[in-house]
Design a protein around this ligand. Structure first.
Ligand SMILES: Cc1ncc(COP(=O)(O)O)c(C=O)c1O
Length: 445
C-alpha cells in the first residue's frame, strides 16, 4: 500500500524529486498519468489543460504519434551508438536539418551544431566552446564569463555561475571570475506592457562597466536569455539586445543567447534571434528541439567560432568535450519528426498569429486582486502578484494548487505566474486559461 492508501498511487518514498518541496509534495501529491494534445490526465482521471507546454518544451502538443513512431523505428533499428570517433547517419541528418533553420538565417552562419542531452549541458557546452575559441585565437587571458541577475541557465556549475538566482547558487561554489549584468525588470517604469518595454536599453551598458572593472582582455563571453523565462518572464527592453551586441563586438566578447525556452517557435519566429533581429555568436537550445519527447539539447555555433577551432594537426581532437548521449539516435529521430511537425503545421509562426488575442486575453486579468503586472510576448505571459507579508511565493503557490485542482497547469516562480502553452493552443483554450486563472485569483487571498 502507498502512503495515502489510495488505489493507483505509487509508493513515493524513493524518488528524490528535482526542484520540489519533497515532503510537502508527498503529503499531497499531484500525479499525471497520460497526455494528449493540450491536456494531461491526472491520476484521479481529471483532464488538466496544459498552460505551460510541460516545462516549456512540448511545443507541438502531447502524444504526437509521428514522434513516437520515429523513435520506435530508430530504437528497433539501432538503439544506441557512440559518437566519439564514430558516427551514425541520423545525427548528421538531424544536424543538417537544424542547419537549414539555424538562428538568424543563412547570413548568420550559426550552423555548426553540437549535440547535448539537456539545456544545462547546452549551456556548459556553449561556455566551454567560448573559452576554447578565445584560447584558439590567442586570447587565452579571456576566461571570465558574464551572465545576468535573474538569469537561468540550468544547473551545471557553469550554468549556475552565470545564472542569477540566489537559491541555485547559495550552497554551491561557482566558477572563478564570473560576474553579472543587472537584470532588466523595472516594474515602476514598465508595468502592464505588451511586447518589449520602452525603458531599460541602457542597462546593457553594465557590460561596459564590467569591461572597465575587469578589463576586456579577461572576458570570454556574455550569456543572456533573450527573454528570461524561469525567473518570471523578463522581456528585453527595446534596443537592449542590440546594445549588448554592439558592446560585445567592441570588446571581442562572444555573445551567447540561451534559447532553451525561446527556441522553436515560442515567440512566433523559429528563434528569438530571428524575432529580435540580433545575431549572437552561439545559441543554446533543448526542450522544443524534440518536443520534450526525448531529452536532448543542441548548441548552434557560428562558423567563425567553429572554424577557429578547426586548426592544428588533423588527427587532433579539436574540442575535448562531449557526452555519451551526444547525438543519441533515438533523440535525433524524435528531433527530425518534431521538425517535420513544426514545418507541416506551421507551428514556428503560430505564436505570431495568436499574439494579439493572447495579449488581449492575458491583459484582461488586470485589476484582479494582487495582480501588480502582466507582461506578454509571443505565446508567453508573466503575471506578477504582490507577495503576502512575510511569505514570498506563498500566494502564487496557492494559485498554482487551486488551478491544478480546477484543471489548469500553470507554472510559478516566486510570486510570478508564467504561461507558455503548446503552440497548438486554440483560442477557446486561451479563454479557458484566463477563466480558470481569474477565478483562482479571486479565490486565493
Ligand atoms: C533558459 C534556460 N536555460 C537552460 C535551462 C536548463 O535546461 P535543462 O533543465 O534541460 O537542463 C532552462 C530550463 O528551464 C532554461 O529555461
Amino acid at each position: 500500500m502507498n502512503a495515502h492508501n489510495k488505489p493507483n498511487t505509487p509508493i513515493l518514498d524513493s524518488y528524490w524529486m528535482p526542484f520540489t518541496a519533497n515532503r510537502q509534495f508527498k503529503a499531497a501529491p499531484r500525479l499525471l498519468t497520460s497526455a494528449e494534445g493540450m491536456h494531461y490526465t491526472s491520476i484521479d482521471g481529471r483532464r488538466i489543460l496544459d498552460g505551460t507546454a510541460g516545462l516549456w518544451c512540448v511545443n507541438a502538443g502531447h502524444g504526437r504519434r509521428q514522434i513516437a513512431a520515429a523513435v520506435e523505428r530508430q530504437l528497433s533499428t539501432m538503439d544506441y551508438a557512440p559518437s566519439f570517433q564514430m558516427g551514425h547517419p541520423i545525427a548528421f541528418d538531424f544536424a543538417e536539418r537544424l542547419a537549414e533553420i539555424a538562428p538568424g538565417g543563412p547570413d548568420a552562419r550559426l550552423d555548426r551544431i553540437f549535440f547535448t542531452g539537456s539545456g544545462s549541458e547546452s549551456v556548459d557546452t556553449a561556455l566551454k566552446i567560448a573559452l576554447a575559441y578565445q584560447r584558439s585565437i590567442g586570447q587565452g587571458t579571456r576566461t571570465r564569463l558574464i551572465g545576468r541577475e535573474r538569469g537561468y541557465h540550468g544547473v551545471g556549475f557553469g550554468g549556475i555561475s552565470v545564472g542569477g538566482i540566489v537559491n541555485n547558487r547559495r550552497v554551491f561554489p561557482q566558477l572563478q571570475g564570473s560576474d553579472h549584468l543587472r537584470h532588466t525588470h523595472d516594474l515602476a517604469k514598465n508595468a502592464f506592457v505588451r511586447g518589449q518595454p520602452e525603458h531599460g536599453a541602457e542597462l546593457a551598458d553594465d557590460l561596459e562597466r564590467l569591461v572597465a572593472l575587469h578589463g576586456a582582455e579577461t572576458i570570454a563571453a556574455c550569456i543572456v536569455e533573450p527573454v528570461a523565462g524561469s525567473t518570471g518572464v523578463l522581456i528585453p527592453p527595446k534596443g537592449y539586445l542590440e546594445r549588448l551586441r554592439t558592446i560585445c563586438d567592441r570588446h571581442g566578447i562572444l555573445l551567447i543567447f540561451d534559447e532553451v525556452i525561446t527556441g522553436f517557435g515560442r515567440l512566433g519566429a523559429t528563434f528569438a534571434t530571428d524575432y529580435f533581429g540580433v545575431t549572437p555568436d552561439i545559441v543554446t537550445t533543448a526542450k522544443g528541439l524534440t518536443n520534450g519527447a526525448i531529452p536532448m539539447g543542441a548548441v548552434f555555433a557560428s562558423r567563425k567560432v567553429h572554424d577557429a577551432l578547426m586548426h592544428g594537426p588533423e588527427g587532433q581532437i579539436e574540442l575535448f568535450h562531449g557526452y555519451t548521449y551526444s547525438g543519441h539516435p533515438a533523440a535525433c529521430a524524435a528531433g527530425i519528426a518534431t521538425l517535420d511537425i513544426y514545418r507541416d503545421e506551421g507551428l514556428m509562426t503560430r505564436a505570431a498569429e495568436l499574439q494579439e488575442d493572447w495579449h488581449e486575453a492575458m491583459h484582461s486579468l488586470k485589476g484582479l486582486p494582487s495582480v501588480v503586472d502582466i507582461r506578454t510576448i509571443g505565446l508567453i505571459a508573466g503575471i506578477e502578484l504582490s507577495p503576502r507579508d512575510g511569505a514570498p511565493g506563498a500566494r502564487a503557490y496557492d494559485v498554482f494548487v487551486d488551478c491544478f485542482e480546477k484543471g489548469l497547469m500553470i507554472r510559478v516562480t516566486g510570486d510570478i505566474i508564467a504561461f507558455s502553452p503548446p503552440l497548438i493552443v486554440e483560442r477557446q483554450q486561451i479563454a479557458e486559461i484566463v477563466s480558470i486563472l481569474g477565478d483562482a485569483l479571486k479565490r486565493v487571498k
